[in-house]
Design a protein around this ligand. Structure first.
Ligand code: SF4
Length: 352
């Protein structure tokens, strides 16, 4: 049964922001079964265990991105063979959203390979937000850096969530990306928060980082004054042609150890108990057993469909079969957090 439904993340004492790195490292160091057990307890206290939210992510503008994220095949610096496209037409995006809804998705995420949206792009993305919301789907966008004014425009359009990942630990950041700083990331997250949009922010593990970097990554999120409402945890799938793909593919580091990945999910769940923890990229190469451990450890959302931006994903049929085998149900109705807000009122002025 859900508890503490009458308070937001900001007000809920369970969502503490004073985690130390030592405390987070100590969680990572727990015996695996003890860690997963503790995470499962936290999960059951705040979420409907056994229900997983289905989300769909559509690339509304692919490739040609001027940023140099070492993991990304859409960067102009990557030799990945991905061709740059223009921003999709609004109507085509709405058709994809309708299809996603028919397939059971509750949330529709739209991603554009931009450093930041230009002012001329804003009318189209605003029309996409409004159109997808009118279908009764939650909306999320990831468009790169936002000015305060752009965040306000998206908030006024009714955008539910804005995704802007911190990617990795602050210390490791410049080894992965050189065209922006960790502080730039936090600045956009501040703009999103100030506009009253829910924050979706997580990162990628398996980029050749150390355990200490994973501790630093979770610490950066869990010590935010208000935890992100949504925390995607991605496992890198190294793509040849990208900086990290060229470095890691065909090496023992090409895939994060499954147990270490589950540990990261569990520590995210314990330290950010009210957030949605989303299993994102990398699921396609994960066994059902590993995914099951992630669900036990508190992951409560997946991305469905054959594609995740430009990467292969597990696909709706595979997921339906897995849900049937595991006895999981797609999450119906509102996310627990959104239900909490409906009862307690949204202190962040969000559009939900
Ligand atoms: S991750 Fe996003 S910002 Fe980075 S290169 Fe890819 S599309 Fe651009």
């Amino acid at each position: 049964m859900l508890q503490e439904r009458d308070s937001t993340i900001a007000a809920n004492p369970a969502a503490r922001s004073d985690w130390t790195r030592e405390q987070i490292a100590a969680l990572f160091d727990l015996p695996f079964t003890e860690l997963v057990f503790r995470a499962a307890e936290v999960h059951r206290a705040h979420h409907r265990a056994g229900e997983i939210q289905l989300c769909t992510l559509l690339s509304i503008k692919t490739g040609g991105c001027p940023e140099d994220c070492g993991y990304c095949s859409q960067s102009v610096k990557a030799d990945s063979g991905i061709e740059a496209t223009k921003l999709m037409e609004v109507q085509a995006v709405l058709q994809s959203a309708a299809q996603a809804k028919d397939n059971g998705s509750k949330r529709f995420c739209m991603g554009a390979a931009w450093r930041n949206p230009k002012e001329r792009d804003m009318p189209a993305v605003i029309a996409m937000v409004k159109g997808v919301r009118e279908m009764g789907l939650e909306t999320c966008m990831t468009l790169g850096m936002l000015t305060p004014g752009q965040a306000k425009q998206l908030a006024d359009a009714g955008l539910d969530y804005y995704n802007h990942n911190i990617d990795t630990s602050p210390e490791r950041y410049e080894e992965v990306i050189t065209t922006r700083t960790f502080a730039d990331r936090l600045n956009t997250l501040d703009n999103v928060r100030a506009a009253g949009i829910n924050v979706c922010s997580g990162g990628i593990v398996g980029m050749g980082e150390t355990r200490a970097d994973r501790v630093g990554f979770v610490h950066a999120l869990a010590t935010m004054e208000q935890h992100p409402e949504s925390v995607p945890v991605n496992a890198l799938v190294p793509v040849k042609g990208t900086v990290l793909g060229n470095m890691l593919a065909d090496t023992p580091l090409a895939k994060i150890d499954d147990i270490e990945f589950v540990r990261t999910v569990a520590v995210a769940r314990i330290t950010m108990p009210l957030s949605m923890v989303r299993l994102s990229a990398g699921r396609e190469s994960m066994s059902e057993a590993t995914q099951s451990l992630c669900f036990m450890a508190g992951a409560n959302s997946i991305f469905t469909g054959d594609k995740l931006l430009t990467a292969a994903n597990a696909g709706d049929d595979a997921d339906s079969a897995m849900f049937a085998r595991l006895g999981l149900k797609p999450m119906e109705g509102e996310e627990p957090l959104r239900a909490m807000k409906a009862v307690g009122g949204c202190s962040g002025g969000c559009a939900a």
